[in-house]
Design a protein around this ligand. Sequence first.
Ligand SMILES: [Zn+2]
Length: 530
Amino acid sequence: MYDLLIQNGKIVDGSGEAVFVGDVAIKDGKIAAVGRFSPTEAEKIIDAEGLIVAPGFIDHHSHSDYSLLGPHRFDNKVEQGITTEIVGQCGGTLAPIRPQDLERAAGMFGLADDQVKFFSEKLGTFSQYVDYLETIDLGDNWAFNAGHGSIREFVLGYENRAPTAHELEEMKDHVRNAMEAGAVGLSTGLIYPPASYADTDELVALLKVVAEYGGNYTTHMRSEGDSIVEAVREALEIGERAGVPVNIAHFKLCGKNNWNKLGEILELIENAQNRGLKVRADMYPYLAGSAGLIDAIPNCFAAEGPERLVENLKNEDFRKRVWRELQTGSGFENLIEYCGFDGVKIFGAAITEELKGKSIAEIAEERSTQPFDTICDIIVENAGDVRAGYFMREEAQVARLFALPYVMGCTDGSIKSEFLPAGHPRDTGSFPQLIRKFVREKKIVSIEEAIHKLTYLPADMTGLKGKGLIEEGYDADIAIFDLETLTDHADYLYPEAKNEGMKYVIVNGSIAVQDDQFTGVFSGKVLRKR
Ligand SMILES: [Zn+2]
């Protein structure tokens, strides 16, 4: 007797092979058989006639781990069809963490003293952290990377220098500790201090440890904009010197002035692949990043903190200096150059709420002010509390990236936490949008190719056994949806709007989503690679 029988579905098994109609039988959390079975053979039946039955999606780049520090909920991830998340991205993990850094996080997440004490006991080493993960309720499965930034901060703090030989050994020990605990690889976030102080040799040394365990390297590169070509070169060099597969995280080309570099980048990647290096990338489909409007002002003007900057922006001469830097300066990510004034939009404002949804160009037109002055005015009017969307990507280029056979899907988002800043729609809608846009509407990839990119490819990249295929013996992680209606409704103004068309999501044999709603069943597991 099977526990669950999914009948008459259009099975897209993750391998890339053609869809076929059939039944999937589940027992004890595993796929027991794929074929044709009588309803009398199972305790429970799901009628999947007309629906796609696919392996559960693997979110190859998830930041859900930080939400664990406070009250959190899983619905926005699982309702997309995600059954496995790879956390520990962009070099940041919850462990190892120094007491003073935990204090800082405690402020952000509103932790009480006893919770700080609790976490400081759980997060001293990576292996303690993974043991702790085993004790909490997970709505989906979690695999994890070690984080270079967290390790560097633990060993060197914020010091802007190379590690001593002794410190490097200590960093390698932390990597080894994580790999022994079952990490799938090491991640970096090379735009974020103190990780940005690391040179290429330091990263190669740490990744040689990862290579001993068959892990991979996943990187938020040093640049996704003006220096992206150099950044891709570095990522590939690290992979080749250390002997590890390379994943380019949340792959995108930021800035109108950089879009023409795609050909050169793809040539670099494909040449490395031809030399035998395994190179993949993951991506989400949205065109805009979300940050403070104040982040459009170059960092060098913000050294005295955001409050002082808001004060300074009231001053005409100060504005002139900032504007001159934006036009002639270099060495910073120039969001205004990347997006243009029509590509910077207000997503939320503490005071001038009526601006929500409008671009700087539109507001400047309405107010008859210069666009840059308009930005400064809005920052001042709201005492700095303005959330903006930066439209840095080209729509056609996003589609072209997803069509590449080595590109996978991700959210770059987290499970919901009331202590994290207002979300980006990618937290909720990434996977439905990838399928809606690129399979159903634009027909850039077939459903078989898309499912392969969202399931088998990331399972293969991370080396997770039993994931990514509908096949006998595999874990019963399954997404069942209507290809004709699957739709994401989250957008920049309503980032938590629910999806539709996801009929069932099954995690380790249990029904975690029914009719677009998380059922409250926590059947996720911690996935240790070793
Ligand atoms: Zn990142």
